[in-house]
Design a protein around this ligand. Structure first.
Ligand code: SD4
Length: 334
């Protein structure tokens, strides 16, 4: 509903959106609000998990693990797997929307408290890309495996070959093919690439990110989600960040690494997310009105933040036995 509403508004008004307030004043307001929230809120309690978009089942799974004293690393992997297996989620795992040629290709990565990381890019026929990424991290001398090599490795591990293109995603692709117009999708309802960050009872941070990438992308295209520092970055001393949206823009600004480095310099997670979005929208000739990017972040103290270019980006947070979806502040005010 919300994405459709956005697109409808956009088509009614050309690009349809005006920057109601100047970006800097919008950011100032958001920062002030965030500071106020931080000073009035009680000290963050652990464990906690946050994820991009409205994914209560995924955060609930992660929470279950964290509550039992499990590792943040297990929590983010298992949480992401919930969305990968959900065929109704058309931007992750099985049921993901395909590329222009009708192939579903997955990107995923994972990063642990030691700064170890693993990723897979352009993986086909395997639902749980995040688990293969974890195997790459833990059981190979490498960080990244791509395409056929990643798929071969998955079979060696015992993962089964699956057809990831569901009837409904196939129908959507066939409909898209009639016009074959490539337009980035601003928000896919409340379901999109899932990025997850968790802090366990020991206070250790891990993160993961998994996606089928941009719908109807060129064959072979890889986005930000499996790129360490772009789609995800964790520094257990500082915090973590994950990204969603137009991967090319996230890669160009090394978004998640930037957010963590800004937190290292003393910014709150909220301020750091805002600054990273600011880097994208303040570029000369930035086309930011036509694409979405959103970040969520957590720092070592368990404070969280999120920010996006467009409305309707949200973060799901499970903390203190409460699983809630929180709308993010954003740049473009209608
Ligand atoms: C990509 N960042 O492949 C992913 C897709 C996404 O919202 O997050 N879409 O660029």
């Amino acid at each position: 509903m919300k994405r459709r509403k956005f697109l409808k508004n956009a088509s009614l008004t050309g690009v349809g959106l005006a920057v109601g307030t100047s970006l800097s004043s919008c950011n100032e307001k958001a920062s002030e609000k965030n500071k106020a929230t931080q000073t009035t809120s009680k000290k963050a309690s652990l464990p906690l998990v946050i994820a991009t978009w409205n994914v209560p089942n995924a955060t609930a799974k992660a929470w279950e693990i964290l509550q039992q004293g499990g590792l943040a690393l297990d929590a983010v992997e298992q949480g992401c797997k919930i969305e990968e297996a959900d065929v109704k989620n058309q931007s992750v795992g099985k049921g993901g929307l395909p590329d222009r040629d009708g192939n579903v290709t997955l990107d995923a990565c994972i990063m642990d408290k030691h700064g170890n990381c693993g990723s897979v890019v352009h993986l086909q026929n395997i639902t749980h890309a995040v688990s293969i990424a974890r195997h790459v991290m833990e059981n190979t001398p490498h960080v990244m495996l791509s395409g056929k090599g990643a798929e071969k490795y998955a079979y060696e591990l015992g993962f089964k070959k699956e057809n990831l293109l569901t009837e409904s995603s196939k129908k959507a692709w066939e409909k898209w093919k009639i016009e074959s117009k490539y337009k980035p999708i601003i928000n896919i309802e409340n379901h999109d690439t899932i990025g997850m960050l968790a802090i366990d009872k020991n206070g250790d941070i891990s993160g993961a990110c998994t996606t089928s990438g941009l719908a109807y992308k060129m064959a072979g295209r890889v986005g930000d989600s499996p790129i360490i520092g772009s789609g995800l970055f964790i520094d257990n001393q500082i915090g973590g960040c994950v990204a969603t949206g137009m991967g090319e823009e996230v890669v160009k600004t090394v978004g998640s690494f930037l957010v963590v480095e800004l937190m290292r310099q003393g910014k709150s997670p909220q301020e750091a997310c805002e600054e990273a979005i600011n880097r994208i929208v303040s570029k000369p000739n930035s086309d930011y009105k036509n694409f979405q990017v959103g970040y969520i972040a957590v720092n070592k103290q368990g404070k969280t933040g999120s920010f996006a270019i467009h409305q309707w980006f949200s973060m799901t947070k499970f903390q203190d036995n409460k699983n809630e979806n929180i709308q993010s502040n954003f740049v473009i005010k209608a």
